[in-house]
Design a protein around this ligand. Structure first.
Ligand SMILES: Nc1ncnc2c1ncn2[C@@H]1O[C@H](COP(=O)(O)OP(=O)(O)OP(=O)(O)O)[C@@H](O)[C@H]1O
Length: 283
């Protein structure tokens, strides 16, 4: 298992480029889906999922409400079984290999609340990402303390480490959630709508943080998103759930008016400004 320091400026993961943290050329894909389908509650959610996601990339998962984005994350985490096909996550079946202990995968759920309750301090919530249970709080080692401090510093959360999670704003909670996800120094981080309910500044800061984790540490990032605009600066591609099927394309293939209009069921215009900025809007 690779163990990058979560502080983006100080170290790189094993096997990554010493300069950028990027995945080595020819590295095996982080995710492989081969003709995968998923059934929940007796209904087919999506099928024919055949794609690979390169190690060291940033990939969005997009689709309309109920199309199965969260379901895809749960398949990757081994929390929802597939009905057919084959999935490989960092070279193993979901929930198998090193990822069974979740050490090499970090997960930021939608609407984060600490699994030990909101009354615990942010520091202890992040510590849960290492120990997995609240009873270890009293037996924390020096190394664990350092790792939590580094994770909090990486997400700019040192200033509220001692405050209770219940007293934090949405943006602060999101940072704690990400710190908890990266404290075990994972190779893959999956986030479920991390920008929802954040103001524009906090969105910008979280996106910059994801960019640094990816660029400096080579962490592969998978992020469920409703709005691609705030993520465009860091994205390499997207998985899109269209008409009940799961596809993957590089960003240039996804930023397409016909595809996005079909995907969201409303006319989407892709705008490129003379300054080279790119964004999408509903018209
Ligand atoms: N625990 C469950 N049991 C049965 N069906 C479920 C369960 N969770 C989700 N589903 C169904 O699976 C389908 C996909 O849900 P999912 O939450 O993955 O969609 P989503 O694209 O993430 O939605 P949203 O954009 O609204 O968050 C939906 O039809 C939903 O009703």
């Amino acid at each position: 298992m690779s163990t990058p320091d979560p502080t983006p400026t100080t170290s790189t993961p094993t096997g990554a480029s010493a300069e950028t943290g990027a995945a080595p050329v020819g590295a095996p894909p982080a995710l492989v889906f081969d003709d995968v389908s998923v059934v929940r509650g007796g209904h087919l959610v999506w099928s024919e999922g055949t794609f690979e996601i390169p190690a060291g990339s940033v990939t969005a998962i997009i689709g309309s409400n109920g199309s199965g984005k969260t379901t895809m994350l749960k398949v990757i985490l081994g929390l929802v079984p597939t009905a057919s096909g084959r999935v490989r996550v960092l070279g193993h079946a979901p929930g198998d290999g090193p990822s069974s202990g979740r050490d090499d995968i970090g997960y930021v759920p939608q609407d984060y609340t600490s699994t030990a309750g909101d009354a615990i301090r942010a520091f202890d919530a992040v510590l849960l990402g290492l120990t997995g249970n609240r009873w270890a709080f009293s037996r924390i080692t020096r190394e664990q303390r350092d790792r939590v401090d580094q994770a909090l510093a990486a997400v700019d959360a040192t200033g509220f480490a001692n405050r209770r999670v219940s007293q934090l704003s949405g943006g602060q909670r999101q940072r704690v959630a990400i710190a908890q996800a990266i404290v075990s120094r994972p190779r893959l981080v999956v986030l479920d709508e991390p920008l929802a309910a954040l103001d524009l500044r906090n969105q910008r800061e979280i996106v910059d943080l994801l960019g640094r984790l990816n660029r400096d540490l080579g962490v592969t990032i998978l992020v469920v998103a409703h709005d691609l605009n705030p993520l465009l600066s860091v994205l390499d591609g997207a998985v899109y759930l269209l008409d009940g099927h799961a596809h993957h394309a590089p960003l240039s293939g996804v930023v397409d008016e016909n595809l996005l209009s079909h995907l969201y069921g409303t006319r989407i215009e892709v705008v490129r400004t003379p300054q080279g900025e790119l964004f999408m809007r509903s018209v």
